[in-house]
Ligand binder design. Structure first.
Ligand code: HSE
Length: 420
């Protein structure tokens, strides 16, 4: 029999307990042994969770319990869970976590500490989609060319509702929180940080690259308006928050930002709280993974799969997929200013003679070629110019936006969305 201790019995932890109990027939058959949750740690022991496990508010009750084989960490945060997981691994206990922020900062240290002890984290990226398993095991014969993912259910839910139903940003954010999709601090969702944490985990498995969130380009969906959505619809695009990892010779691009995607692309059709990740391998071509990225049972499905895997084998594949560094060129992070893309810009200008001529001159000065341009009237004798460009370099776009901001006929900071 395998005994499990859960640190953090919230929505996901409760689902883990229930799945292990209610699906014990199939789980024990697959694992080859019985798996039971012995105890769980919570902050508030007075609250009745209706679970028949020992409940404690002292993490040491699990960490120092010699009967517990697997510690499931579902506390959230970074430094506190790092201490807990480190202690568990050093005590010889296997660990399963769903904590993407912990891994975004400490995955390489944890890999060092874990060595031969199983440390699994399938639920940390895209909830119920087995993307870690696919990338680390199923695609291990491939050089990975790119990963493009919708990995935050909250943002995807919000963008879908704003697009399909015209619901206002604040209203729909509140709805996503009420439905339990959002992080405790929803700026992690809408600011792109949650997606970035997940992207860094996948990029380590794909490329062996060690980067922190602070190293990469991260933007959220906070400034997207109905004007941008109308433009997207008119030109046949969907707007999605994407995490992108792309190999370009010996460099890897890692970035998180809102994107305009042609509506006929598969990833553009992934709506609501669902997640979707496209992985392109040099041998297999494009593969696409779709499913629920948030929610108790969906996330617990991945946690329990890890528990079963550990119960089966005791030892998993190398945590981040590499047994030793790759031979040949080591990959480095591409500076974000060198990224090349098509761009969409929304610029609020005075609706006066000569403004458009002056503006297009500035585009020319910065070596940026306009592909389409649309003018929409706005209040106070102003207009919104909705402009898409041909491929340009990030540093040129940023320099042009900085110049535009200084002009007396430009009234708000120009909005920019990259086109993929
Ligand atoms: N807040 C996350 C989301 C939960 O909305 O996708 C899963 O990581």
């Amino acid at each position: 029999m395998i005994k499990v201790g859960i640190i953090g019995v919230g929505t996901v932890g409760t689902s883990v307990v229930n799945i292990l109990k209610k699906s014990a027939d199939v789980i024990s058959a697959r694992a080859g042994c019985n798996i039971v949750v012995k105890s769980g740690v919570v902050k508030n022991i007075a609250k009745d969770r209706g679970l028949d496990i020992t409940i404690t508010d002292n993490v040491d009750d699990i960490l120092n319990d010699k009967e517990i084989d697997i510690v499931v960490e579902l506390m959230g945060g970074v430094e506190e869970p790092f201490k807990v997981v480190k202690y568990a691994l050093e005590s010889g206990k296997a660990v399963v976590t769903a904590n993407k922020a912990l891994l975004a900062y400490h995955r390489y240290e944890l890999q060092e500490i874990a060595k031969d002890i199983a440390f699994e984290f399938e639920a940390s990226v895209a909830g119920g989609i087995p993307i870690i398993n696919a990338l680390r095991d199923g695609l291990s014969a491939n050089h990975i060319e790119s990963i493009t993912g919708i990995m935050n259910g909250t943002c995807n839910y919000m963008m879908t509702k704003m697009t399909n139903e015209g619901v206002a940003y604040d209203v729909i954010l509140k709805e996503a929180q009420d439905l339990g999709y959002a992080e405790a601090d929803p700026t992690f969702d809408v600011g792109g940080y949650d997606t970035a944490h997940k992207l860094l985990i996948l990029a380590s498995i794909a490329y062996g690259i060690d980067t922190k969130p602070e190293d990469i380009l991260i933007e959220g969906i906070e400034n997207i308006t109905q004007d941008d959505i109308a433009f997207a619809k008119e030109f046949g695009y969907a707007i999605k928050l994407l995490g992108i990892a792309k190999k370009d010779k010996s460099e890897v691009e890692l970035r998180v930002h809102a994107c305009l995607i042609k509506q006929d692309k598969m990833i553009a059709k992934i709506d609501g709280v669902m997640n979707g990740i496209s992985v392109v391998g040099d041998k297999v071509g494009e593969t696409l993974y779709y499913g629920p990225g948030a929610g108790g049972d969906a996330t617990a499905s991945a946690v329990v799969a890890n528990i079963i895997d550990i119960a089966r084998s005791g030892k998993s594949t190398p945590m981040l997929g590499f047994n030793r560094p790759m031979e040949g060129d080591t990959l480095t992070l591409k500076p974000s200013e060198d990224i090349e893309s098509k761009y969409y810009l929304r610029i609020n200008v005075s609706d006066k003679t000569g403004v458009l001529a002056k503006l297009t001159k500035i585009f020319e000065t910065h070596n940026i070629s306009i592909e389409t341009i649309l003018q929409r009237p706005s209040e106070n004798e102003r207009a919104n110019l909705l402009i898409s460009t041909h491929i340009a370099v990030e540093k040129d776009i940023q320099a042009m936006i900085s110049e535009l901001e200084t002009l007396d006929f430009v009234h708000t900071k120009p909005m920019m969305i990259r086109v993929v």
